[in-house]
Design a protein around this ligand. Structure first.
Ligand code: AMP
Length: 119
């Protein structure tokens, strides 16, 4: 099920979810797609996106609340599938925070130790 929801034709991650641009898939259902980051920052680095085009977390609306809740459950399932017990989730919201692709995505990072505070 690849084309079930609202998408932006010019968005990189919408195009990846539509398989117009190749990626290394990890998980897919009607609402979400997960694929490996092309520049991994950890031995396991998976990006999880809603297929619905939400540009960033701060653009989500109250009607997105169930979707966002399911996103976290999907993420936890992906982490289990990657045999990751300890992991870090990152959401960069806005260019100043490091967001480079304007489509909400969660980074799932695992396989190494992490420091705090993050850089
Ligand atoms: P952010 O900087 O939080 O917006 O994260 C965007 C992430 O997307 C970066 O970690 C990039 O390495 C990753 N990325 C960009 N283009 C691709 C692609 N075509 N396939 C896989 N990962 C990508």
């Amino acid at each position: 099920m690849q084309n079930a929801v609202t998408q932006d034709p010019s968005c990189l991650f919408c195009r990846i979810a539509r398989r117009e641009i190749p990626s290394a898939p990890v998980y897919e259902d009607a609402e979400f797609y997960a694929f490996r980051d092309r520049a991994p920052a950890a031995p396991t680095h998976v990006l999880v996106i809603p297929k619905k085009h939400i540009p960033r977390l701060s653009a989500a609306s109250p009607e997105d609340a169930p979707l966002l809740a399911r996103l976290f459950l999907v993420l936890a399932g992906i982490a289990r599938g990657e045999n990751a017990n300890d992991y870090r989730l990152v959401v960069n919201n806005g260019a100043g925070a490091g967001q480079s692709v304007d489509h909400l995505h969660l980074h799932l990072l695992a396989g190494r130790s992490f420091t705090w505070p993050p850089g």
